[in-house]
Design a protein around this ligand. Structure first.
Ligand code: 6PG
Length: 287
């Protein structure tokens, strides 16, 4: 049988940041429950930026099994773990320090290797191999949930547009010394890792993201890194945006609900598309 094409992205647009935060918490808890039921643990990857603050809805939630969480970082700057540039540090301050995940289950870079960027990436890849060896990894690791930001140039993690790292197919973790913005020396999970997860979720907020979200969702053929995160079957990709970020895109939005598989994602997309067409026809007849 030929491989199934990736499901269309599921786009949720929320009237305010608070509603986005509650819905994201609800989604993460469901993803965790699903992963723990099926695989006995919940393997999640975090990104730097506003994401950590948008996870605040998880704090104090009753049905979270924090002892089942295994936390990795989508990318990391080659800086000490207490630096403002550290992905770990930004997530620690706003999220990880407020929840009882056992520290041994939070997988950071080895800060003794900061001077050797290649070794830093290799060592992080070894941590992934060790974690995934006993479970589902064949060619690539399969994360239960990868939480992603959308950068100003359409980058995600440290996958910048036009950078050669985007063509990496072998390594799970790669490195760069020429990042176009922020800390130059970084390691990052590679594109195939993002396209082999069960669920990838972009969290996008604020008016400054309007244009880029429009490009990513409405003209994915331009091939910006965020548009290239299309997990292979049975994986799914979701966009959570607040009203400000969502104001330019014409991509049909789905009312927030748990979507479990590709068929449901396709049905949600088709229903949202039909609704948008009906609304456009109604508006045209009102004019
Ligand atoms: O590593 C970086 O250069 C930045 O951290 C960047 O890629 C970030 O992930 C996005 O800008 C989204 O961040 P926000 O969600 O904070 O906008």
């Amino acid at each position: 049988m030929p491989p199934q094409p990736p499901a269309p992205p599921v786009f949720y647009s929320f009237p305010s940041n608070d509603v986005l935060v509650d819905s994201l918490a609800n989604f993460v808890v469901k993803a965790q429950r699903d992963a723990v039921e099926k695989r006995g643990k919940f393997t999640i990857a975090l990104s730097r930026g506003t994401l950590a603050a948008n996870l605040r809805g998880l704090v104090g939630q009753k049905d979270v099994q924090w002892d089942k969480w295994e936390v990795f970082f989508c990318d990391e700057a080659a800086v000490p773990l207490d630096s403002d540039d550290s992905n770990y540090h930004s997530n620690y301050l706003s999220f990880l320090s407020t929840v009882p995940i056992p520290p041994s289950q939070i997988h950071t870079i080895d800060p003794s290797l900061l001077d050797d960027i290649e070794e830093l990436a290799d060592q992080y890849e070894k941590q992934l191999i060790q974690h995934f060896a006993a479970s589902n990894a064949a060619r690539y690791p399969v994360f239960d949930l990868m939480l992603l930001g959308m950068g100003p140039d359409g980058e995600t993690a440290s996958l910048f547009p036009g950078h050669e790292i985007l063509s990496e197919r072998d390594a799970w973790v790669s490195f760069m010394e020429d990042a176009p913005r922020g800390p130059k020396r970084r390691i990052t999970m590679t594109l195939p890792v993002f396209t082999h997860c069960y669920r990838a979720v972009f969290v996008v907020s604020g008016a400054e993201k309007q244009e880029m979200l429009h490009s990513i969702l409405d003209t994915p053929e331009t091939g910006l890194p965020c548009s290239r995160v299309r997990p292979a079957a049975p994986g799914l990709v979701f966009f959570f945006a607040d009203a400000e970020a969502a104001s330019q895109t014409t991509y049909p939005s789905t009312k927030f609900r748990w979507i479990d598989n590709q068929k449901e994602a396709e049905e949600a997309f088709a229903a949202a598309q039909a609704k948008a067409a009906r609304r456009a026809a109604q508006e045209a007849s009102d004019d």
